[in-house]
Design a protein around this ligand. Structure first.
Ligand SMILES: Cc1cc2nc3c(=O)[nH]c(=O)nc-3n(C[C@H](O)[C@H](O)[C@H](O)COP(=O)(O)OP(=O)(O)OC[C@H]3O[C@@H](n4cnc5c(N)ncnc54)[C@H](O)[C@@H]3O)c2cc1C
Length: 322
């Protein structure tokens, strides 16, 4: 098992985690973010990327995916290591530092900011007939480059399904997209692109259609009253995501139900471990992006001072710095 040191570990790449990572890196800390999903953005990119959000300061009516794009762009100029598909499972003291264990590696840091929101957003299990018959069934977005030259059947109406269809077709996969209903969720640009790609024969859309069963080389469907076999090397069953707090719930943080109590600066019961965003008890009924961002800014600056006492807690104004 490899050990990866940094100054600060952020658990969760939702809005609170991304902003905490930005602030700490901007203060000069070496920051690493661990994210369970294959994509940053927390609930915004997993659950409602296509919806408009009206109460994020300065971005009225932006779609949730655009809010995340902005938070990610803010990290671009800073050296932050965002590890996707990495679930934090254990937390242990390691001298003056903390050690966080995942399935593959160990990450150590002087401080940890827990921004795990409702929990690790993990894909829903594939519940379709014959799922064990096909050799390559997946439930999350693959790397498009990995799908080039493959026949891919995408099943689902969530925003990730329409997006994956376009991205995989553009990467050189032969894509069939199917859903039990005629409508797909997605932002207008993606849905417009899907229709254009369909009309130009760049991918096939079968909807509404009933998935009867997966077979060793694809699937049998019923569409428009007739049976249809679809050949597929890979089947993507995209049914959305469910939160799972269990990976962190054994951590000794004086849990109050599904919340972690937080004191001034986001401090928890453990010295050097902070909590922000939806998981922080003080937010209570205010599970809001703006609340999580503010908590993240405060906790990141306290963490910066904790790791490097020579840094003041107060960050000063960014407008006066380069
Ligand atoms: C449908 C819907 C609409 C909403 N609309 C609005 C709105 O209009 N305005 C508003 O302000 N808020 C809205 N919200 C609430 C808002 O999305 C949340 O307040 C916000 O996402 C909380 O951010 P967070 O970073 O604390 O947590 P999350 O967004 O939940 O992010 C937490 C991240 O941590 C990861 N994670 C968890 N555990 C682990 C682990 N053990 N290891 C690694 N990674 C882990 C998760 O996979 C996830 O990516 C809405 C929520 C929903 C569901």
């Amino acid at each position: 098992m490899n050990v990866h040191p940094s100054d600060l570990l952020v658990i969760g790449a939702g809005p609170a985690g991304l902003h905490a990572a930005f602030y700490a890196a901007w203060r000069g800390l070496r920051v690493r973010v661990l994210e369970a999903r294959g994509e940053a953005g927390g609930q915004l990119s997993a659950l409602y990327p296509d919806k408009r959000v009206y109460d994020v300061p300065g971005l009225p009516g932006a779609r949730a995916a655009q809010v995340i794009e902005g938070l990610r762009r803010q990290l671009d100029r800073l050296d932050v290591d965002v590890r996707l598909n990495t679930v934090a499972r254990t937390l242990e003291r390691a001298g003056d530092s903390w050690s966080v264990g995942t399935d593959r590696d160990t990450f150590t840091a002087g401080a940890v900011i827990l921004a795990a929101g409702l929990g690790a957003l993990l894909p829903r299990a594939a519940r379709v007939p014959g799922v064990e018959a096909h050799p390559d069934v997946r439930t999350d977005l693959p790397d498009p480059a990995e799908m080039a030259g493959r026949r891919v059947l995408i099943v689902g109406g969530v925003p990730q399904a329409a997006r994956a269809a376009l991205e995989l077709a553009a990467a050189g996969a032969t894509v069939t997209l199917t859903h039990s209903r005629a409508l797909f969720r997605g932002d207008p640009t993606t849905l417009g692109g899907l229709e254009t790609a369909r009309v130009h024969g760049q991918l096939e859309v079968l909807a509404p259609a009933q998935l009867l069963t997966l077979t060793p080389d694809g699937a049998d469907l019923e569409a428009g009253g007739s049976l249809r076999g679809v050949q597929a090397d890979t089947v993507l069953i995209l049914g959305g995501y469910l939160p799972d707090l269990s990976p962190v719930q054994s951590w000794p943080l004086d849990w109050r139900g599904e919340y972690v109590p937080d004191g001034p600066g986001g401090r928890t019961a453990l010295d050097g471990v902070y909590v922000v965003g939806d998981l922080a008890a003080s937010g209570g009924d205010f599970k809001l992006i703006s609340v999580g961002l503010a908590q993240a800014a405060i906790a990141a600056n306290h963490a910066a001072h904790h790791v490097r006492p020579e840094l003041r807690v107060r960050p000063g104004h960014s407008s006066e710095k380069r």
